[in-house]
Design a protein around this ligand. Structure first.
Ligand SMILES: Cc1ncc(COP(=O)(O)O)c(C=O)c1O
Length: 469
């Protein structure tokens, strides 16, 4: 067994024991020395196992007292969820108009982007390579794929550079994945609510959608499994980490179950993982792809949320669909912008990305708290805002406010928010709002938040909705 397989196998035993209730939350685990002796593994493997479990959020290390099982945690806080039975729904044929950024678009403030160091990487790349302006590898520059793979390895997520294909952002990666795994008219399962851009993509591609309800633990896997077992869906498209808009993360067990279901029913899972590295505590959770041994998960991501959406660079690890995916990429575009890929490889390879993400996540955690503080003090009393543990957006319900009207009213004042309706084919979320907290809290942003709260107060309607069941 390789070193990696050894510590993962050992970690797997712990996960199962914790699941089976053999260890309770808060209970101490064997010391490293005991673990190593009990299982006849080296201290390095024992430590790697605990570090891995720590990265999964399953255990915590206390420098003085050792390792402990984490207490039960609810990743997305106490979000309320509409419960309903999943069914196929038509998508609107014309996507909603794009609102200007500000509070509406999930993106970082330019002041947060590591522009100076990124520019230095661009300059270095421009100077250094005499074949810079020639065609490159249509599947992506090998130096970028290597840099990405090495970067992810430090987070306990192991891939090979030959598994990755570079794309023009995450949506491009998702679109290609949908194109080769599904056909026009087929049904794709998505979580409800679902990021508007994914709903728009499905609509433009002529796919139908089956919205699946989420409970406090994330997407309802029982309903998903029923849909898979009944062959009602051609694929499932979701984010397992800091989902847009709810901020949900699936648990390790749910990720494992999803990978198992994809394999068992031979239905591809397209995983959109753009927010994974925006984990406010600095430790990115693992993707479903990590648990996929049979290649049924097509893992898509990009640097758009973490670093620079303008570079339009992302990737896909398409698993068993690799050959067809690469054919499609090859014939379609002959690859992505080469100088930008090389500059990004330089930036990541020099360790700048890791350092920058650490700092960025601390700042985002702070910003998220600031936004919540301001909003809770100014919004109508019955507005409850839960704190996401990662990502860029807040998603909350204002029980007595029609948020579509609110959105339209605010546009007149050049304040842009997104109403809940944009995230569903149902009308379950018309009391919800999504706000980007990626902008630094300037006086202007604060006055926009204040004005948003004032106008929301004016839009209070008489009757709260009843819970949908
Ligand atoms: C879930 C999700 N996927 C993909 C994207 C877009 O990613 P990219 O800009 O890399 O195409 C977004 C942007 O908001 C998003 O929220």
């Amino acid at each position: 067994m390789t070193k990696q397989a050894k510590y993962k196998a050992l970690a797997g035993q712990f996960i199962r024991a914790i699941e089976a209730g053999e260890y309770q939350g808060g209970q101490p685990l064997p010391s490293l020395r005991q673990l190593s002796a009990l299982n006849q593994v080296s201290m390095t493997t024992a430590l790697a196992c605990y570090r891995y479990l720590e990265s999964l959020g399953i255990i915590t290390a206390d420098p003085k007292r050792g390792f402990f099982v984490n207490l039960e945690h609810n990743p997305a806080g106490d979000i309320k969820h509409a419960q309903f039975t999943a069914q196929v729904r038509p998508l609107p044929t014309t996507p909603p108009p794009r609102l200007r950024s500000g509070l509406a678009t999930a993106q970082l403030d330019p002041a947060l982007i590591d522009a100076q160091t990124l520019r230095a990487s661009l300059t270095r790349t421009m100077k250094g390579n005499h074949t810079l302006f020639n065609y490159g590898d249509p599947l992506g520059e090998i130096s970028l794929r290597q840099a990405l793979v090495n970067h992810m390895k430090t987070q306990g997520f192991v891939l090979n550079e030959q598994d990755l294909i570079i794309t023009q952002g995450c949506l491009d990666a998702v679109k290609t994945a949908l194109e080769l795994t599904t056909k026009e008219g087929e049904v794709i399962a998505v979580p409800s609510p679902c990021y508007t851009g994914l709903l728009d993509t499905l609509s433009v591609m002529g796919r139908q959608v089956m919205e699946l309800p989420c409970n406090q633990d994330g997407i309802d896997l029982v309903q998903l499994e029923n849909a898979m077992a009944g062959q009602q869906i051609a694929a499932c498209l979701l984010s397992a980490n800091f989902q847009n808009p709810t901020g949900h993360c699936l648990s390790v067990q749910q990720k494992q179950a999803l990978a198992r279901m994809a394999r068992q029913y031979q239905i591809p899972v397209i995983e959109d993982d753009v927010y994974r590295e925006l984990s406010h505590d600095g430790s990115p959770p693992l993707p479903v792809k990590h648990f996929d041994n049979d290649g049924w998960v097509l893992w898509c991501s990009s640097i758009s949320k973490t670093l620079a959406p303008g570079l339009r660079l992302g990737w896909c690890a398409p698993g068993r669909f690799y050959n067809r995916y690469s054919d499609l990429v090859r014939v379609r575009s002959l690859g992505c912008n080469r100088p930008l890929q090389l500059a990004l490889a330089d930036y990541i390879g020099r360790g700048h990305y890791t350092r920058y993400l650490k700092k960025l996540n601390r700042l985002l955690a702070l910003q998220c708290n600031q936004y919540i503080q301001i909003l809770t003090s100014r919004l109508p009393k019955n507005t409850q805002i839960n704190r996401p543990k990662g990502g860029l957006v807040l998603w909350f319900e204002m029980p007595n406010v029609d948020t579509k009207q609110l959105q339209a009213r605010l546009v007149d004042e050049h304040i842009y928010i997104l109403c809940g309706d944009a995230f569903s084919t149902t009308d379950l979320y018309h009391r919800y709002v999504r706000l980007n907290f990626g902008q630094c809290l300037s006086a202007e942003v604060e006055s926009q938040l204040t004005r948003f709260a004032q106008v929301a107060e004016q839009h209070l309607c008489q009757k709260p909705d009843k819970n949908i069941s």
